[in-house]
Design a protein around this ligand. Structure first.
Ligand code: N01
Length: 548
């Protein structure tokens, strides 16, 4: 155990919250409302989480702004006006800053502070937490609001340190922005971050080399201003729309009217019409059109082929179009990208696509990078190479539960949780949108609110009943893990080498990380568990003194 005992004097809290993004901010607010003492520890110098770090050009949310919002406060909902259908990063960051100010959250946030160690003290029934600056705090509850896509990853290419130009990761973008005007730029990676940033970078740079290992399916956003009547409608009916979204598998309104039948049960021309309608509407609508697209390979092929044909129709050079056309995994089993002018970008003279599967990047050089075939001289390299998703941020903290067990070791073969909320052996440690919950397979704003409210109700229940600890039982955790796996394997998702499967990180166990049983079933399960006195959890002995 590496918890240091020589550090400064120790503050005590009811709850320590790690991370000041969407999840941490609401958690703090909710706990305060319930009369608990709580404090957020945040690595960044400001609030925002994902939206604080991911400032790359073109960064936007792929969930529509009106849905990607908190609903817990009627006043907040009514006073905030989104300008665009898909808000850009600066606007989302402004929103989260507004939330922090409006609810006076900053006085309980410690910025520029990473949590290095969190150890459960069995005799005191407290988490002993230490920051990278040596501050210590004891907290009854430790709540991880660390985000699902927050541990940015640069592949360990040889020569990273010898390249003389500038290197950037999309997930750690400089706050002052980057002007690529006149530069030769290499972009490595064509996931959502690459697909959003490449068109904007290509508009500035003299030359862009895109290194693509796996082509991605992407559909247009058709972004634009939100019409006044739509805003007005949401002002009046926002809660009604959220309730409808909660009844859909991914918690998205666009899924609220799926066809009642398989994609295969309609004639080809009708299917084409439906896909075209979805494509023209923009966003996830196209793949939400039929309920079996992520379940039935044949149905999936119809949607995939529609998008492949779109790519072939947009990209003028047939050889480049073929390289950009995904062929070896079902559509939507890697996160579907939502773009603005992505495929069109390859019609520009200053953009060159390199097949990084046929000729992988071998090393960075002093002046650029090298594949087996060729050297590329560039001024800047953009790593759009993704994240150690869902477990990376948690495993980056030394978390030790009962008997000194490390969470990282417990999760060596893949994360084990009950409901994505708690892990057996780690009492009073909650993970907001943790692995095993719908999280990234849902509107994050909706799932975050559900988890925050469930956790807040839970700790209030413990306080009100004088209960010191709660933890997942090993049996419930096992059952849930089996259910998460079985449900995933009833879909096509495991067929792709995606970050959902941990496949993007060399050596990471290949297990499906989120829960794909759908938002309604998941919410119902969480509600039932709580109503039955936290069934599947072990409630610890009465506290000598209850928290708060
Ligand atoms: O990361 P990714 P991301 N050599 O992992 C490639 C959310 N998000 O930051 O597919 C060459 O998807 C890798 O190739 P491959 C969203 O949930 C949302 O783009 O592994 N290439 C892949 O092309 C999203 O899904 C929004 O073969 C290498 C790319 O890097 C998630 O974040 C915007 C490589 C990584 O793609 C992650 O997106 C942005 C190597 N050695 C992000 N290593 C919106 O809301 C990796 N790659 C719209």
């Amino acid at each position: 155990m590496t918890f240091m005992t020589t550090a400064k004097s120790m503050a005590t809290l009811d709850a320590a919250i790690v991370g000041a993004g969407f999840a941490g901010l609401y958690m703090l607010h909710r706990l305060r409302e319930l009369g608990f003492s709580a404090r957020i520890y945040e690595a960044g110098s400001g609030v925002g989480g994902t939206w604080y770090w991911n400032r790359y050009p073109g960064a936007r949310c792929d969930v529509e702004s009106l849905e990607y919002s908190y609903t817990f406060s009627e006043e907040l909902r009514k006073e905030w006006q989104w300008t665009e259908r898909y808000a850009a990063q600066p606007e989302i960051l402004r929103y989260l800053n507004h939330v922090a100010d409006r609810f006076d959250l900053r006085r309980d946030i410690q910025f520029d502070t990473k949590i290095a160690v969190a150890v459960f003290n069995e005799s005191e029934k407290q988490w002993l937490i230490e920051t990278d600056g040596g501050d210590r705090v004891a907290a009854t509850f430790c709540i991880m609001a660390t985000g699902c896509l927050s541990a940015a990853r640069v592949p360990d290419f040889e020569g990273l340190e010898i390249f003389q130009g500038k290197q950037y990761h999309t997930g750690h973008w400089p706050h002052e922005g980057v002007d690529f005007t006149g530069q030769r730029v290499a972009v490595i990676g064509t996931g959502s971050s690459g697909i959003q940033s490449i068109p904007v970078i290509a508009g500035q740079a003299s030359q862009v080399y895109v290194f693509q290992r796996t082509p991605n399916f992407s559909v247009p956003a058709h972004n634009g201003p939100i019409a006044e009547d739509v805003k007005q409608d949401w002002q009046e009916n926002g809660p009604k729309y959220r309730a409808i979204a909660e009844s859909t598998p991914f918690g998205l309104l666009v899924q609220s009217k799926p066809a009642a039948h398989s994609a295969l049960e309609v004639a080809a021309a009708e299917r084409e019409r439906v896909y075209e309608q979805g494509w023209q509407a923009g966003g996830f609508g196209m793949i939400a059109a039929f309920p079996d697209i992520v379940i039935n390979r044949e149905s999936n092929d119809t949607a995939a082929e529609f998008v492949r044909n779109k790519i072939r129709g947009i990209v003028r050079n047939p050889a480049v179009a073929e390289m950009l056309t995904p062929k070896d995994y079902p559509i939507a089993t890697k996160r579907l990208c939502i773009d603005t002018g992505y495929f069109e970008t390859y019609n520009r003279d200053n953009v060159t696509l390199i097949d990084a599967r046929a000729t992988p990047v071998e090393a960075l050089t002093r002046t650029g990078l090298r594949t087996r075939d060729r050297e590329f001289e560039v001024d800047s390299i953009v790593f759009a190479t993704g994240f150690d998703a869902m477990t990376g941020a948690l495993n980056g903290i030394e978390i030790r539960g009962r008997h000194g067990e490390a969470l990282k070791e417990k999760w060596a073969a893949g994360p084990r949780t009950y409901l994505g909320l708690m892990a057996a052996g780690f009492p009073n440690l909650f993970t907001i949108t943790g692995p095993g919950s719908p999280s990234v397979l849902s509107n994050m704003a909706l799932s975050i609110e559900q988890h925050v409210e469930w956790i807040a109700d839970c700790v209030a229940h413990l306080r009100d009943h004088g209960i010191a600890t709660i933890e997942a039982s090993a049996g419930a955790e096992n059952e849930w893990l089996n259910h998460v796996n079985e449900t995933a394997h009833q879909t096509l998702f495991p067929l792709a080498n995606s970050w959902y499967m941990g496949a993007n990180i060399p050596g990471k166990p290949r297990v499906f990380l989120p829960y794909i049983g759908g938002v309604p079933a998941y919410r119902q399960k969480c509600d039932e568990v709580a109503a039955r006195g936290y069934e599947g959890f072990v409630l610890g002995e009465r506290a000598a003194r209850s928290p708060a």
